[in-house]
Design a protein around this ligand. Structure first.
Ligand code: FAD
Length: 258
């Protein structure tokens, strides 16, 4: 069967940038028919030496209006997918499922004034897509991007985040964004130094943002490490904040990466 008749398309790697030995970013061509909402993920496939294909979910970093697709990846030692992905270079082929998936999108929330985006590690990815799309800037008065990594060199996309304010179409909105980096395993100037949950419990996160976490005003998206998500959700529940479901709109939306 030809690729065009398949559930996936074949895309070409345009750029690969290692950040550390276990983190890298990659950019591919994009099929013009591939549509997604900011915050969604694609299923990516790599072909192994024996001809079999391994598939994994990956959030788009790029925005729905970019002509390319960008992803931010971990390398799991011995990981079936990432060991293969890590071997690919510019010009190689990546398979991309024709359909995008996922509910970590702004339509999870019907209202809200302050949007909190809490990501650990590669869980930053969907938030970059959301921040590069216009809708979020119009809908919310305040946007707090909280990005936690173990070491400062693992803080990816710092230039992109700092550059949002310089984008012409965001000029009048850029003041809405507060960026709060967290580095947990070393001291790093300008970053908070504890886990997200501890920072919520101690009130430090609210203090850094200059905003309170309240069911009335806050809408919270959490992405990345499942344990962090579970613990944060439990904590937010004590603040009166619930998971947002189609039948019962709430204040919290999550995406577990494993
Ligand atoms: P796997 O066998 O899949 O995983 C082995 C173990 O590695 C896991 O049990 C877990 O302990 C750890 N692990 C897996 N993924 C990560 C991760 N991202 N960060 C830290 N530890 C991890 N991964 C990305 O790198 N970038 C993304 O944008 C991304 N988006 C995802 C979106 C969704 C909806 C889901 C469900 C997962 C996403 N993942 C993402 C994880 C990804 O699908 C794979 O799990 C990852 O590529 C590792 O694949 P693997 O076969 O090498 O190892």
């Amino acid at each position: 069967m030809s690729a065009s008749a398949e559930k996936f398309t074949c895309q070409t790697l345009l750029e690969v940038h290692p950040l550390t030995s276990s983190l890298f970013t990659l950019r591919t061509t994009r099929d013009p028919g591939f549509r997604f909402r900011a915050g969604q993920f694609a299923r990516l496939g790599v072909t192994k030496a024996d001809g079999s294909v391994v598939w994994r979910a990956y959030s788009m970093v790029s925005s729905p209006h970019d002509e390319f697709l960008e992803f931010f990846s971990i390398v799991v030692p011995g990981g079936e997918f990432t060991s293969e992905l890590n071997r690919l270079g510019v010009g190689d082929t990546l398979l991309v499922d024709r359909q995008a998936f996922g509910f970590l999108t702004l339509d999870r929330f019907i209202d809200g004034r302050d949007l909190w985006l809490l990501g650990t590690g590669t869980g930053l990815a969907p938030f970059l897509s959301i921040l590069q799309d216009f809708e979020v800037w119009e809908r919310f008065d305040n946007i707090v991007l909280v990005y936690s990594a173990r070491e400062s060199r693992e803080l990816a996309y710092r230039e992109l985040i700092a550059g949002l304010a310089e984008r012409e179409y965001l000029a009048e909105y850029a003041h809405k964004l507060r960026f709060i980096p967290i580095v947990t395993r070393e001291k790093y100037p300008g970053a908070l130094g504890s886990r997200v949950t501890e920072l919520i419990e101690s009130g430090e996160l609210e203090q850094a943002a200059g905003l309170r976490l309240t069911p009335e005003h806050s809408r919270v998206m959490i992405c990345g490490n499942p344990q962090m998500i579970e613990d944060t959700r439990a904590l937010l529940k004590t603040h009166g904040m619930q998971l947002s479901l189609s039948r019962r709109p709430g204040q919290v939306a999550v995406e577990n990466y494993w």
